[in-house]
Design a protein around this ligand. Structure first.
Ligand code: NAP
Length: 306
């Protein structure tokens, strides 16, 4: 029996684990892939306070993990498929049928990249279609690439891809970027970044070895054209990982978990933190804040209920 089980090992989950472990609560963190979550697949981070020269996503993830485990946080790899609650005890079932029990749960499952859902996307996934520039960028030295989207992820990762590629086309559905101004300025000053405005992808084409082109449509004129590229990096937002939680906690219309200021979900003893929570700003800095609050709230809940 654990005091706290945390599901998800990104910054929110690791911070929650740091707080509950320091409170001497027996805590297990279950992560389905690798600790760090999206941070782990981010090349460089320069807006997380305390690292004035920036820090790589991998290093920040490792530091957070080491800091939390130093105080006793246990971490296992596993995919949670179900949570049930009987007489205040929560039972968690993993894909491999292992079960764990806890007095409280902190949901920090984050989100996954939204797919474009166009022809060729699935066919060439892993053969030119990617959602992670840090993971796949180096495969595209001296190639032409397309990045889809105009937010922070698309533009920051697009700039990163210019380390390898000759040209990075940013295909964006409007004629203005959503990314932070400082990131926009850097992108516009980069001669390898080419902007394809008011355009959406309609089809990805390729051959046996991978992607060869992307077909795009101008949303203003309806005109279609194609760009010869060896890779397409898709950054059009994220979907929360809450499919396994339906019926357990209240979700908003976009399937994010609704919490109060203490990170309490609609279900007693179940808290949520980080990108999986309905909130206006999704950043590492806000995820760790959520994690800290969720950890302290879980501690209070256990004190009052057990
Ligand atoms: P985002 O801010 O939601 O941007 C998604 C982009 O994709 C937008 O430009 C959007 O266009 C476009 N888009 C959405 N659906 C589309 C579709 N079906 N077809 C074509 N284009 C589509 O997502 P994000 O960039 O992944 O960022 C997610 C959150 O993480 C944001 O809060 C962001 O600030 C944060 N983030 C922060 C940093 C940082 O601070 N360093 C880094 C990465 C992410 P419109 O602009 O027209 O809506």
């Amino acid at each position: 029996m654990y005091d706290v089980i945390i599901i998800g090992g990104g910054p929110a989950g690791l911070t929650a684990g740091l707080y509950t472990s320091r409170a001497r609560l027996k805590t297990l963190l279950i992560e389905k892939a690798f600790t760090g979550g999206q941070v782990m697949t981010t090349e460089w981070i320069e807006n997380y306070p305390g690292f004035e020269d920036g820090i790589s996503g991998a290093e920040l993830s490792q530091k957070m993990e080491r800091q939390a485990t130093k105080f006793g946080l246990e971490i296992i790899q596993g995919s949670v498929i179900a949570i049930s609650s009987i007489d205040k005890i929560k039972k968690i079932t993993l894909e491999d049928n292992n079960q764990y029990e806890a007095r409280s749960i902190i949901l920090a499952t984050g989100s996954n990249p939204t797919p474009l859902q166009i022809e060729g996307e699935d066919t060439y996934r892993g053969r030119g279609v990617s959602y992670c520039a840090t993971c796949d960028g180096a495969f595209f030295r001296n190639e032409k690439l397309a990045v889809i989207g105009g937010g922070d992820s698309a533009i920051e990762e697009g700039i990163f891809l210019t380390k390898f590629a000759d040209i990075v086309y940013v295909v964006h559905r409007r004629d203005q970027l959503r990314a932070a101004k400082v990131v926009q300025e850097r992108a516009f000053a980069n001669p390898k970044m080419k902007f394809v405005w008011n355009s959406v992808p309609v089809k990805i084409e390729g051959e046996e070895r991978g992607v060869t082109s992307i077909h795009i449509k101008n949303v203003k004129t309806g005109e279609q054209s194609s760009l010869e590229v060896a890779g397409v990096f898709i950054y059009i937002g994220y979907n929360p990982n809450t499919a396994f939680l339906r019926g357990l906690v209240e979700l908003n219309e976009n399937n994010y978990i609704i919490t109060d200021d203490n990170m309490s979900s609609s279900s007693s003893g179940i808290f949520a933190a980080g990108d999986v929570r309905a909130k206006p700003l999704k950043q590492i800095a806000t995820a760790v804040g959520d994690g800290a609050i969720a950890g302290v709230s879980a501690e209070k809940y256990i004190e009052e209920n057990f």
